[in-house]
Design a protein around this ligand. Structure first.
Ligand SMILES: C[S@@+](CC[C@H](N)C(=O)[O-])C[C@H]1O[C@@H](n2cnc3c(N)ncnc32)[C@H](O)[C@@H]1O
Length: 503
């Protein structure tokens, strides 16, 4: 481990990933569903977006590519991350994003902080509970000076008590791994083997933890970069929500809701008996504590606002009615049952059927969806419709519904495809920049490849050639599966990406 990382892993880079919770439209929805006035960006707004701990910057670049009028700033202290991100942005000719190499422990007091603009939205994913306390304090000082009044901050972190059962496992993984390996990914690999060995030997504190079971089950599939950045840092410390809220209060930031939208609905997440306890308390922090002991909420995605303005349900619903949604699934894949923390929920066919059919033709306003003539059910609850469709990943908010595909977004998607195809598993979930959504549209690298080929005039008849190119060393069965992947991408995913304005 280097001397400059304050115990954070710096010898291997983190992987690229897109997390929809980081997009301003989702953050704004977290505010609205929490009953607080939303800074939902308008189509032509000049949003200032700041990402702290951006890694190789993929998420920040998707947002910059999707929204040419925004100014995106992304910061990380690892020069390998910043160098990779700048090269990628240059290849895609993105000119509305800036990457800054800086350490949060000292940035707020550094003259370099003048380069960081005031922000409407800030997001930090995978940072807070992985860095030492002086770095957390530096983040809060930075937020104090850089979040605009009314601005919103998204922060994810490993949460207690859900992570409690894994504390011993992380400590063993790190302490043993660092003694058996030199580079962080080797340390993670060796540490995990020790956990496995102890688990097999009946170590009580490991065998009774569901966390350890689930980690060992997924052992062969988890990228070593993830394991190293998750478990090998010296300051890995899951935290209680109220402690994060207390830290953020120093930056005048108030907790307002969750970007995991379903979590904003006690009816969908808690049993009747659990709700009785929650309702005894006015204090939102105590309510969240009670929820955290009821739920398996290990990674929280919280939204804080600087100057939260409460709004009544009428005003909130009026805003939600104006939001447009884009469908993210094919209507025939619509699940009419969903597993919710409070149990299995049935989604009415008479209500969600006509809505998904209407959305299949393209993005629609929530108000228009709730006015569809054939609808069988209540038409006055836009929050629940959004909570279900967006919260369960069936739809995405669309900031510019119907907008032409952006040239900047398309250029970025092409650059991403040719760059990641060289290094990543093509089945990996990523996102395509979309000007219509103002955010990423979920897809895989396979989808981006098929999209590129279709734009070159190829189609169904060329699937055999695509399979030959990607599956050269696969057996007949493997080639058959690959053919199916390409065929589904062409038939199902591309129409969805088209309706989401990606091309
Ligand atoms: C787990 S990674 C998450 C990266 C990205 N947000 C994502 O979710 O893919 C945490 C990131 O925080 C950065 N980081 C850690 N400590 C930092 C510090 N003191 N100052 C600036 N960046 C830091 C790391 O280099 C790393 O890129």
């Amino acid at each position: 481990m280097s001397g400059w990382g304050s115990g954070y892993v710096t010898d291997i880079t983190y992987m690229t990933g897109y997390y929809r919770q980081q997009s301003p439209s989702m953050i704004a929805l977290g505010c609205l569903l929490g009953g607080v006035a939303s800074p939902m960006p308008g189509p032509d707004d000049q949003v200032s977006y700041l990402e702290l701990g951006c890694g190789q910057g993929f998420g920040a670049m998707v947002l910059a590519a999707s929204n040419p009028s925004w100014r995106v700033t992304a910061i990380d202290f690892n020069p390998a991350h910043i160098a990779a991100a700048r090269a990628w942005a240059a290849e895609a000719e993105l000119d509305n994003i800036r990457f800054i190499e800086a350490d949060f422990a000292t940035l707020a007091e550094d003259p370099a902080s003048a380069e960081v603009p005031q922000a409407d939205f800030v997001s930090m994913h995978g940072v807070w509970s992985w860095v030492p306390q002086p770095v957390q304090s530096g983040i809060v000082r930075l937020l104090r000076s850089k979040v605009k009044p009314g601005g919103a901050v998204h922060v994810s972190y490993n949460a207690l008590p859900a992570w409690g059962g894994a504390l011993g496992m992380q400590r063993v993984l790190r302490e043993c791994g660092t003694r058996l390996g030199s580079r962080s990914d080797r340390q993670a690999e060796e540490g995990l083997k020790v956990v496995q060995q102890l688990h097999a030997a009946g170590a009580l504190q490991l065998t009774r933890s569901p966390w350890v079971h689930s980690l060992l089950e997924r052992m062969g599939t988890l990228p070593m970069q993830y394991l190293a950045h998750e478990y090998i840092n010296s300051s890995w410390a899951p935290c209680f929500h109220a402690d994060v809220a207390a830290a953020f209060a120093d930056a005048k930031l108030e907790w307002v809701g969750s970007v995991n939208l379903v979590e904003n609905f006690p009816d969908l997440t808690l049993t009747d008996e659990q709700r009785v306890v929650v309702q005894r308390f006015d204090d939102p922090l105590v309510r969240e504590l009670v929820k955290d002991v009821c739920l398996e909420r290990s990674l929280r995605h919280d939204v804080f606002v600087r100057g939260a303005r409460r709004m009544g349900p009428q005003l909130r619903d009026a805003e939600l009615m104006e939001l447009s949604l884009a469908l993210n699934i094919s209507p025939e894949d619509m699940p009419y049952e969903a597993d919710m923390p409070a149990g299995r929920a049935t989604l009415s066919r008479g209500f969600y059927g006509p809505i998904t059919e209407a959305l299949a033709a393209g993005p629609r306003r929530v108000g228009d969806l709730l006015s569809l003539p054939a609808l069988d059910g209540k038409r006055d609850n836009p929050a629940e419709l959004i909570g279900i469709l967006v919260g369960l990943d069936m739809a995405e908010p669309a900031l510019r519904a119907g907008a032409e595909p952006g040239t900047q977004a398309m250029r970025f998607n092409r650059a991403t495809m040719s760059k990641l195809m060289r290094t990543e598993n093509p089945g990996r979930a990523i996102a395509a920049a979309s000007h219509a959504l103002g955010a990423g549209a979920p897809c895989t690298l396979f989808d981006l490849h098929v999209l590129d080929r279709v734009r070159q005039g190829e189609g169904e008849d060329d699937i055999g050639e695509w399979v030959g190119r990607f599956g050269g060393n696969l057996d007949e069965e493997g080639r058959g599966k690959l053919r199916e992947v390409f065929s589904r991408s062409l038939r199902v995913r591309l129409p969805i990406l088209r309706a989401s304005g990606v091309f």
